[in-house]
Design a protein around this ligand. Structure first.
Ligand SMILES: [Fe+2]
Length: 365
């Protein structure tokens, strides 16, 4: 294809978008930007990117212009269904001049969006010859029809879009595998400690409640979740006779037990990409007044993740049965947290947890 066959200025814009798609983590923003540009150049009323859900063999909207988000988000098309489904099935682009009289047309989308589709340009998003989605431009303005030149422009734009979608998906899968591996590792440690089944998952859940209450940014939440999952990973280095003792620990034994924070940090420190979770592991037994361990840090010297996990961890320890004592009720445990707010715990984290816990207890019953 020659550059002059594309719409004017298209090639330069394509290069800019290409560059952004490869560099940006805010994928949807860039995708919307690319589609807005296509709409402008091709003089289309609307546009959308459908992504393929491989398992369900369905297409769903990844990005769209116009329409009520709630209504549009739930629309799914089977492969072969409607124009987008047909495009995905055949891996071939299609130009439709009069949607209502086309045998490929499915009224489903218009019914939900209260929009009248007239003309369509539908192009498959291909990655290594496999369909990963479909790009559509809808209704050429002034009653016109989409041209071969329009098609070539969209096809050029589809190359970086398809690559970006595949990369994003791979990244997500990798992240999920990593989280599951960390959970499996934490579960393995819990298997040794017969009193704490499910502790890690509960602590992580409580920590996430606090994170939501304090509006922790999404990216930070991921790191906090990992910190929660791995907070007691250092218990792998604690001997069974101490870890599983049927009663309170003697002072020497307690000194050994304290080491789990340092061991955990040492294990995780070796994984370069996990730098952000080390603080939550190493300092989750520190106290605001400086009487905690391992370092005796005070107040905000204690990293935020550790201040959050500390509240979550203690609440779970208090509400769980141990061989030598029965667990407290949620009400009793929250009263204890309140009592220790400021001295042991960050008052803001306790307040966040206390805001959330009544709702969760109510929903669980
Ligand atoms: Fe711990």
């Amino acid at each position: 294809m020659k550059i002059e066959e594309l719409n004017e200025g298209f090639y330069e814009k394509l290069l800019t978008i290409w560059e952004k798609l490869n560099a940006s983590l805010e994928l949807d923003y860039i995708l919307r930007n690319a589609m807005a540009y296509l709409e402008e150049v091709l003089e289309a009323e609307r546009s959308s990117i459908w992504e393929l859900d491989e398992q369900k063999e369905e297409l769903f909207f990844r990005v769209f212009s116009g329409g009520d988000r709630d209504k549009v988000e739930e629309i799914r098309l089977k492969i072969g269904e409607g124009v987008a489904g047909h495009t995905a099935m055949t891996s071939a682009p299609v130009i439709i001049e009069d949607a209502e009289n086309s045998r490929l047309w499915s009224v489903k989308v218009d019914e939900r969006t209260h929009f009248q589709t007239k003309s369509i340009l539908s192009v498959p998003l291909l990655f290594r010859e496999k369909v990963v989605g479909v790009v559509q431009l809808i209704n050429k303005k002034n009653g016109g029809v989409f041209t071969g030149r329009d098609l070539r422009s969209v096809e050029m734009m589809c190359i970086p879009i398809a690559t970006a979608l595949v990369n994003a998906k791979l990244f997500k899968e990798l992240e999920q595998t990593f989280m599951e591996t960390a959970l499996a590792l934490a579960d393995a440690i819990e298997k040794r400690d017969r009193y704490t089944a499910g502790h890690t998952r509960r602590v992580t859940r409580y920590a996430m409640w606090i994170a939501e209450e304090i509006n922790l940014p999404a990216a930070e939440k991921k790191w906090l979740a990992l910190s929660g999952i791995l907070h007691d990973i250092g218990k792998i280095g604690i001997r069974d006779n101490i870890l599983n003792k049927d009663g309170p620990l003697g002072s020497g034994e307690f000194e050994t037990m304290k080491q789990h924070t340092v061991f955990g940090a040492e294990i995780v420190e070796k994984i370069h990409s996990l730098g952000k979770v080390v603080g939550g592991i190493l300092y989750h037994h520190e106290k605001m007044d400086g009487s905690g361990y391992p370092k005796g840090l005070k107040g905000e010297e204690i990293p935020l993740f550790a201040r959050i996990i500390s509240v979550a961890d203690t609440y779970d320890a208090m509400t769980t049965d141990r061989p030598y004592r029965k667990g407290l009720s949620s009400e009793e445990a929250t009263k204890e947290l309140e009592k220790m707010s400021g001295s042991q715990f960050d008052p803001d984290m306790v307040a966040a947890f206390l805001r959330r816990i009544p709702r969760e207890v109510r929903d669980a019953n």
